[in-house]
Design a protein around this ligand. Structure first.
Ligand SMILES: Nc1ncnc2c1ncn2[C@@H]1O[C@H](COP(=O)(O)OP(=O)(O)OP(=O)(O)O)[C@@H](O)[C@H]1O
Length: 278
């Protein structure tokens, strides 16, 4: 049964690890989110999309406890972070990793030291073990060993995103939040990053919550998409649901020229792959 405007996806769906219910966020008298409800399920890549200024970053920050909300509840791993004890909060924080927009690495620290920031904050490890673990994370995201001692200013845009992702993965989280991870990357760099995210989801069972404007990511990497508009989730579901949804913004976004090109390319690729590629 659907409640609180939440779509009913049946009882066979995988575990819900984030549940936002009737969330309202206002700044002064201006409501940015109003009675918004959304579930994120374990092991999925959820693409969160919507017009500029709709409130995607506000929702992300609210889930992370960085913005106050005026109404509603948000449960992460079954815990209401806002009402949680200090110990419960610490436990939750170790189970999520965040890649903020623009990477947000500390410029005065090397890549290795950046990856170690969450380890220093939450764990008590010897320097040697931290070095080993951080190097493993860099390897996981496809950075060469010599990137470890570089400073962010010495990295390309794609390398910065990977280093920031390595830091988000530092504590072996269950879920990573990515705020526009492919923004600023060239199409090949962006496609490589999407592929990396899919590989991590498949190999680590990672759940990914990705705020994005990137249609390529939405078409190729996301299992489910949620569209923010009119201060709430307008529609959520797989790409097919987006393509058939009757709303002016959703239609123009998912049926615009760029989307049509991607859809045609995807069909071409599937055709070229033949039965073996299916
Ligand atoms: N701390 C704040 N105080 C007041 N207003 C804020 C605050 N943070 C965000 N806003 C407002 O909330 C609205 C939504 O902003 P938000 O950054 O979440 O949009 P967005 O959907 O992420 O946009 P974009 O796609 O351009 O990044 C904007 O009007 C913004 O000015």
């Amino acid at each position: 049964m659907a409640t609180n405007g939440r779509a009913d996806h049946g009882s066979t769906q995988s575990e819900v690890i984030i549940r936002a219910t009737d969330v309202t966020v206002r700044f002064g008298s201006k409501a940015i989110l109003e009675n918004l409800s959304l579930d994120v399920r374990r092991g999925e890549i959820l693409g969160f999309v919507g017009p500029s200024g709709a409130g995607k970053s506000v929702l992300l920050r609210t889930i992370l406890g960085l913005n106050a909300k005026q109404a509603g509840t948000i449960e992460v791993f079954g815990i209401d972070y806002e009402r949680a004890s200090t110990d419960e909060r610490l436990a939750v924080e170790q189970r999520w990793g965040v890649l903020f927009q623009h990477g947000a690495l500390f410029g005065s620290l090397t890549v290795l030291e950046n990856v170690q920031v969450p380890m220093r904050e939450y764990l008590t490890l010897s320097p040697k073990l931290m070095d080993e673990l951080a190097r493993l994370k860099l390897d996981l995201v496809g950075l060469a060993p010599d990137a470890a001692d570089k400073f962010p200013s010495e990295l390309s845009g794609g390398m910065i995103k990977r280093a920031a992702l390595a830091r988000a993965l530092a504590l072996d989280p269950d879920i990573v939040f990515l705020d526009e991870p492919t923004a600023g990357l060239d199409p090949i760099g962006a496609a490589d990053f999407d592929q990396l995210i899919m590989t991590l989801r498949d190999t680590l069972g990672l759940t990914v919550y990705m705020v994005t404007h990137d249609l390529d990511s939405l078409f190729t990497a996301c299992d489910r998409i949620a569209v923010l508009g009119d201060r709430k989730v307008l529609v959520e579901g797989p790409l097919d649901t987006m393509l058939s949804f009757d709303h002016p913004w959703v239609k123009s976004y998912f049926h615009g020229k760029r989307a049509r090109t991607i859809a045609t390319d995807d069909q071409g690729a599937a055709g070229a792959a033949g039965p073996q590629g299916a």
